[in-house]
Ligand binder design. Structure first.
Ligand code: HGY
Ligand code: MN
Ligand code: MN
Length: 417
């Protein structure tokens, strides 16, 4: 009698193993194409094969874990998440949805409509200044030759990092220059399991989040140029202090988020100033600003307001400012019909659930934007902590959503047969 691969113990063990593939330091740091990402990728390929699945790489290092008999181009139910992490992040963000998808694909082999697991190479944008490159490649929407010269903070080119991963067996051959990543499978429906990364489910004692909207975001880099001067001899009223202007813009961004009100958020995720010495008034400063909203019109208004406020502060202080949108995604509704179906099933199974929006961005946005009926299922996050080493969800809570996903995928397979 073959034992099912789909067990709470297997989920827990494989999550523990995946968490070991990280750079040294607190939490998990697994950046796309780095050595830890490659080690994790090769481990995942071996785990899939040990479960009787084929592990197929695409040209930028996305993985499909699927029934070996599936031919490219087949219509599948796609379930998965991302392999990369933020710097010093948690061990569940992306990893949970990846391992759950591996076990679900192994468990549901031979179902009425094939269930294939996907593992995107990159979602976070934590190494190169691009996010969701994995899923855009998976969907045939990314032209690698156009990303080639993007550089990480050490100056490494995206194309060179990808080539080093390919040399280790973590990516298929590159398509011709100008051609998109060849699409391997067609998603008839798509599901992503993910930790909530916020406090909502835990605070209301719910065990499952049925996600029907994903917040959009804009990431804007502000470069401020004032005048570097002697800190001891330059009178306060004769300064063009770039860092003081940046500090005022940080508080203006915070005020914008508070004034707009939930679910709006606004963040200055990073600030730096040069030359960064006690005795020099900063001549230049850089800010990493982000605004998010689940309503796209509101998001557009926030982006405009942020720019106006930042420019007004810079002008008043006689500091030049350059605002550059680094990346962004539209607020994205998921499939209301699939969310209704999931809600009805959760109610029927007496699982305490909540239908909700996601404040975090996810690979699922790209599927939904591509017209694929898509859904996310969330698990609670302890104290809502995420993108931090203390990210934690009890494995029995992870299991509730995974076991529910098994039933949901079986229902989808029947719907589509
Ligand atoms: O930033 C986000 O929302 C996601 O975790 N990448
Ligand atoms: Mn994340
Ligand atoms: Mn994630």
């Amino acid at each position: 009698m073959t034992t099912s691969p789909f067990t709470l113990e297997a989920l827990s063990e494989k999550l523990d193993q995946l968490a070991t593939f990280t750079a040294p330091g607190p939490g998990v740091t697994r950046l796309v194409y780095d050595e830890h990402w490659c080690d994790a990728h090769l481990w995942l390929q071996a785990e899939a094969r040990a479960l009787g699945l084929a592990a197929t790489c695409d040209a930028i290092g996305n993985l499909w874990l699927h029934d070996p008999g599936l031919m490219p181009g087949t219509r599948v139910i796609a379930v998965g998440s991302h392999l990369d992490s933020v710097r010093q992040g948690g061990r569940f963000d992306g990893a949970y949805g990846t391992i759950a998808a591996l076990l679900l694909a192994a468990e549901l082999r031979g179902s009425a409509t094939p269930v294939a697991a996907f593992v995107t190479c990159e979602e976070e944008g934590s190494r190169f200044p691009m996010a969701l490159t994995g899923v855009r490649g998976l969907l045939g929407q990314l032209v690698p030759s156009r990303c080639a010269d993007q550089r990480d903070r050490d100056g490494v080119r995206w194309a060179d990092a990808l080539a080093s991963a390919r040399a280790r067996g973590c990516a298929a051959e590159a398509p011709p220059d100008g051609a998109p990543v060849p699409k391997l499978f067609n998603a008839a429906r798509q599901l992503e399991l993910h930790i909530e990364q916020g406090p909502v489910l835990e605070s209301m004692g719910a065990k499952l989040g049925v996600v029907d909207t994903i917040a959009g975001y804009r990431r804007v880099r502000a470069r401020l140029t004032g005048e570097a001067r002697h800190a001891g001899t330059t009178p306060m009223d004769r300064r063009r202090d770039a860092l003081a202007a940046a500090a005022e813009i940080v508080l203006a961004a915070e005020a914008l988020g508070l004034e707009t009100g939930a679910p709006a958020v606004a963040t200055a995720g990073g600030a730096s100033a040069e030359p960064g010495l006690y005795n020099v008034v900063p001549g230049t400063a850089t800010l990493l600003l982000e605004v998010r909203h689940t309503d796209d019109a509101a998001l557009v208004r926030m982006e405009a307001a942020l720019g106006e406020r930042a420019r007004a502060i810079a002008a008043r202080r006689g500091v030049a400012i350059e605002l550059e949108v680094q990346s962004g995604e539209a607020a994205t509704p998921l499939s209301a019909a699939l969310a209704d179906q999931a809600e009805a099933m959760a109610a029927g199974m007496a699982i305490p659930y909540r239908r909700m929006a996601s404040g975090a961005g996810h690979d699922t946005m790209a599927f939904a934007q591509d017209g694929v009926p898509a859904l996310m299922l969330f698990t609670p996050s302890r104290l809502g902590i995420s993108h931090h080493p203390d990210e934690l969800t009890k494995v029995r809570d992870l299991w509730v959503a995974a076991a529910f996903a098994r039933e949901l995928l079986l229902a989808w397979a029947k719907d589509l047969a």
